[in-house]
Design a binder for this molecule. Structure first.
Ligand SMILES: [Zn+2]
Length: 265
């Protein structure tokens, strides 16, 4: 059993008794790991608390015999409050990012670049203007997918590989067709009646291409309305389901949609 120390963010926690639980972390040094937290929920515990949306210095014991190691100590390094205007959106997108990483990250594979990108995303969620939030999450989503090897094809037809040109993309109804199953856009000569496509307008498609290339600062500056992100997120969640075999359901996004729909009524 070895003692290790690394920077970490909580992705998920499962309580299994009044005082104990399993906590899934995204760590800088070890990737995604699940650790047992014995007695950490007890009010008698003197250890630093495990909080969501915070960078923690995590000290833990690795275990070769048991399926997971366990937490020895926690020190908060930086906590995000998301108190700025638009708190519900900030919390929902922040939770959605944690859900997404919990779904996509392989166990115990260090991903330091992605960890730093996630840190930058949480920082941006804390400080960005409310109007920037809808563009930031899809930019984060598409970057995570690409980083982990699931790169949606937007510049070339995902069936024949032909490069995009203005004529061949759009169907007779002027929409561009994205196939989650084939992993990207499909040119008009490769489209079949049996396939299921998500139809994108030229402007929706342009937004997706721009987000795929955008840094977080660039994404924050893109004027995307919340309503426009719904289709982009449908493209990305369907793409993820087909390409990874994982459920495309992200509860925090469904919660945010319900909140917005109630407000609009
Ligand atoms: Zn084609």
């Amino acid at each position: 059993m070895a003692l290790e120390k690394t920077e970490a963010v909580v992705l998920k926690a499962f309580n299994w008794s009044e005082s104990s639980r399993t906590v899934v972390f995204f760590t800088r040094g070890f990737g995604k790991i699940a650790l047992v937290d014995k007695g950490g929920r007890s009010i008698k515990s003197r250890r630093g608390r495990i909080v969501s949306f915070a960078f923690l210095e995590l000290t833990f014991y690795t275990s070769e015999k048991e399926s997971s190691g366990y937490i020895r100590d926690i020190d908060p390094l930086k906590t995000f409050s998301f108190e700025k205007e638009g708190t519900v959106g900030r919390l929902a997108y922040g939770s959605a990012a944690c859900e997404l990483l919990n779904l996509l990250l392989p166990d115990s594979e260090p991903q330091p670049d992605l960890f730093d990108y996630f840190a930058a995303f949480l920082n941006t969620m804390e400080t960005a203007d409310k109007r920037s939030l809808p563009g930031l999450f899809p930019a984060f989503f598409i970057r995570c997918l690409s980083h982990l090897g699931y790169h949606p094809s937007l510049t070339h037809c995902s069936s024949c590989g032909k490069q995009a040109d203005s004529g061949s993309w759009r169907g007779t109804d002027d929409f561009i067709r994205f196939s989650p199953e084939r992993g990207g856009v499909v040119c008009s000569s490769c489209q079949t009646a049996a396939d299921r496509y998500i139809r994108l307008s030229q402007s929706g498609f342009d937004q997706l291409v721009a987000l795929q290339r955008a840094s977080l600062t660039e994404a924050a500056a893109m004027p995307i309305a919340y309503a426009d992100t719904e289709l982009l997120l449908e493209v990305l969640t369907s793409f993820m389901s087909f390409q990874t075999g994982l459920s495309g359901r992200i509860n925090s996004l469904e919660f945010l949609k319900k909140m917005k729909d109630t407000k609009l009524k």
